[in-house]
Design a protein around this ligand. Structure first.
Ligand code: PRP
Ligand code: URA
Length: 209
């Protein structure tokens, strides 16, 4: 059974409200996506394994925890997932970054893959996949399938807004993935856009149309 964490933090909810506002411009939108990436990343990484090392404070020698094992991998789904990466890098500057390029066909809404480059070895890393929008779930499910084909095992998926349809699909197809959601919205419209949503995340982050 997939673990799903729906965020209720007032700071995250406040920033999501700013994102939804159609008058919020590209500059502010990009900063908000980065900040939400950091706040949600803080929550999603709370179960990272640690190990004790011995260090010397100015007063004495003491055991103290550090992050154990191979460092994190962050894998944004292009384009919009890129916006969340710097927020997570602010928390874990040593994280490696992979990229998966997918776009939705405007007619069928099916994801089309155009790029995949992942840090190696991927097997032992905790992998955080980022995409602000989980709509039908097609892009997220395909990205997770690709990562698993490359050997990825410990995977977390982080989105800012999810539609119930996409969340159900993701839980069903990838029950082993931990899912972090900033806000669960009402439904998809006839064009598979999330309602109330925030519009096209990629266009709003990068100022395209
Ligand atoms: C958006 C979004 C997700 C996808 C979600 O990307 O960033 O990747 O749609 O929809 P789904 O759950 O129905 O697959 P888009 O295809 O618009 O590409 P872009 O980020 O390059 O604009
Ligand atoms: N992709 C977006 O950017 N927004 C949506 O509402 C759905 C898919």
């Amino acid at each position: 059974m997939a673990e799903v964490y729906i965020n209720h933090h007032p700071l995250v909810q406040h920033k999501i409200t700013r994102l939804r506002d159609k008058t919020t411009g590209t500059n502010e939108f990009r900063s908000l996506v980065e900040e939400i990436g950091m706040l949600m990343g803080y929550e999603a990484l709370s179960d990272l394994p640690t190990e004790e090392i011995e260090i010397e404070t100015p007063l004495e020698v003491t055991p103290s925890p550090v992050i154990a094992g191979r460092k994190l991998a962050v894998v944004p789904i292009l384009r919009a997932g890129l916006g969340m990466v710097s927020g997570i890098q602010a928390l874990v500057p040593t994280a490696k970054v992979g990229h998966i390029g997918l776009y939705r066909d405007p007619e069928t809404h099916e994801p089309i893959e155009y790029y995949c480059k992942l840090p190696s070895p991927i097997e032992e890393r905790v992998i955080v996949v980022t995409d602000p929008m989980l709509a039908t779930g097609g892009s997220a499910c395909d990205a997770l399938k690709l990562i698993k084909q490359h050997g990825g095992r410990k995977i977390k998926f982080m989105c800012i807004i999810a539609a119930p349809e996409g969340l159900e699909r993701l839980k069903k197809e990838h029950p082993d993935v931990q899912i972090y959601v900033g806000h669960l919205d009402r439904q998809l419209n006839e064009n598979a856009y999330i309602l109330p949503g925030l519009g096209d995340a990629g266009d709003r982050i990068f100022g395209t149309k």
